[in-house]
Design a binder for this molecule. Structure first.
Ligand code: ADP
Ligand code: MG
Length: 472
């Protein structure tokens, strides 16, 4: 790879490194390196895994049919509700789609108290219904105006059997409400809405990747192909030909395409193709879900800081880092803690262009109580952040390139809607994706368009509701 000033893969030079520091760093760098050849192999493997997942259930790449059929045209009109459950806040919006892609949005956020996350599921959904009730009252919606169609973004693992039917496989993210696993989420939610006599009908259940793709397709309906999340976690959804989704059997539709939620975080759990380092293995072993979500653990915001921390600990233990730091019982107390190294700092350190690496110094002093680091220490840490960040972007690009290859979309061109802080804020992330596409596709990579797409759970869910009614 040529190393020009603009090269997003250029690694920092470390001044005054000892021979041993240089050797060990070179070895670690190699472990994180993905050659063009390796990327190409990963892309091919990804395509093969897509095929297997489309053929049968319970494959590593789950390739879950979303039952969202047809593409937004950008000409949708109508008023629908959207709800989003899956994080700290529950969100409800009323969306009025006007002509010329103008959308009038009214929305409100409500905190989900912990006692509802872990109590009986009816309590949780009744609470949500109460929030919707309050919201409709606040905005002055009257029942006589009719029953509103509702799109529900529910970002938990769901086995979907229709656009408005899906059973919860298991809770994640601190939710543990009793009586939901194995039950149809739409039925439970509708039951609560009915009990409160709320004029709303759940017509679409989707997850955040599907919503991201829909919101993106609304703006770029002609060539939208993939929706991706690059935030706390990572996942992707894309438009697939229904005839390719073999496991759907005799499913019939007038439309040719359906969105498939790949659940790509689980890619290569068998460890056949991804190069896994000892730093990744430590993270995985100590995680809440060992041996699960391998691809996600190499890419997403939740994990990058922890990988960097693991490398730093290794270097400290080999006596190759922070040698000048005054060392007493509390020096490494902070950095010894699991998850102590925030991915935001990896981002800050990569962005630090000062010759003295002042921002990097601040990270160690302010957040980790490690003082008097040397410039060489900081340069080493910056290099560590770079190799972890570069690998993340290159693997994300490999997954995306797999989808593009599989759909034969490189010549015609395609666009990808991306949501998440990693893509939005991590330095060079976009350039690294693009450069990797160039290695895979040559100059045809110019045909791939990337766009930040923020409102999957609002606009996306509302569009899912509109499409569901249209294709019912
Ligand atoms: P979510 O995926 O939960 O909807 P985000 O898209 O905001 O939320 O992603 C949050 C993740 O992104 C966290 O893991 C956080 O560490 C990481 N993150 C937040 N800000 C930045 C940043 N400036 N640079 C890199 N990563 C960031
Ligand atoms: Mg998000």
């Amino acid at each position: 790879m040529a190393t020009t000033a603009l090269d997003p893969f250029k690694l920092i030079d470390i001044e005054n490194a000892t021979e041993e520091q240089a050797l060990v760093l070179e070895d670690i760098t190699k472990q994180f390196e993905l050659s063009t050849q390796k990327i190409t192999e990963i892309v091919q493997h990804y395509v093969g895994e897509m095929h297997k997942g489309l053929e049968k259930n319970n494959h590593t790449l789950a390739m879950i049919p979303s039952f969202v059929i047809g593409k937004p045209t950008g000409k949708e009109v109508g008023t629908v509700l959207a709800m989003d459950l899956g994080g700290t806040n529950f969100r409800v919006c009323l969306m009025e789609f006007k002509e010329n892609t103008e959308i009038n949005i009214k929305q409100q956020k409500y905190r989900v108290p912990d006692e509802f996350k872990t109590g009986k599921v009816n309590m949780l959904f009744d609470y949500i219904a109460d929030c919707v009730d309050k919201f409709l009252q606040e905005i002055g919606y009257e029942k006589k105006n009719g029953i509103l169609d509702l799109g529900f973004t529910f970002s938990f693992p769901v086995q979907q059997t229709a656009i408005d039917k899906g059973t919860l496989l298991h809770w994640t993210k601190g939710f543990e409400a009793e009586g939901a696993v194995g039950e149809d989420i739409v039925k439970l939610m509708q039951g609560s809405l009915n009990r409160r006599q709320i004029p709303a009908r759940v017509v679409a259940l989707i997850n955040d990747t599907v919503g991201t793709l829909l919101a993106h397709a609304y703006k770029r309906h002609t060539d939208a192909l993939i929706g991706v999340i690059l935030g706390t976690g990572t996942n992707g959804a894309y438009f697939e030909k229904i005839s390719h989704i073999k496991k759907l059997g005799t499913f019939q539709s007038k439309s040719e395409e359906m969105i498939v939620n790949m659940e790509w975080g689980a890619f290569d759990l068998e460890r056949k193709i991804l190069p896994i380092t000892m730093f990744d293995n430590k993270l995985d072993r100590e995680s809440l879900n060992p041996r699960a979500q391998l691809f996600e653990k190499l890419i997403s915001g939740m994990y990058l800081g922890e990988i960097v921390r693991n490398i730093i600990l290794y270097l400290i233990d080999r006596d190759l880092l922070f040698k000048c730091v005054h060392f007493d019982y509390s020096t490494f107390k902070e950095i010894n803690k699991q998850w102590a190294f925030d991915t935001v700092w990896v981002s800050t350190i990569e962005a630090d262009q000062s010759s003295n690496l002042d921002d990097t110094k601040i990270v160690f002093e302010k957040y980790l109580n490690i003082y008097s680091t040397s410039l060489t220490d900081r340069q080493i840490v910056k290099k560590v952040c770079q190799i972890v960040g570069i690998r993340s972007a290159r693997l994300g690009a490999a997954g995306l390139a797999g989808v593009i290859s599989h759909r034969g979309a490189i010549k015609t061109g395609c666009s990808i809607g991306i949501d998440g802080s990693l893509f939005e804020f991590y330095p060079n992330f976009e350039q690294r994706l693009k450069s990797t596409f160039h290695e895979v596709f040559g100059s045809d990579a110019e045909n791939i368009h990337l766009e930040l797409t923020r409102d999957g759970s609002g606009v996306g869910a509302a569009l899912a509701a509109i499409l569901a009614v249209k294709h019912a």
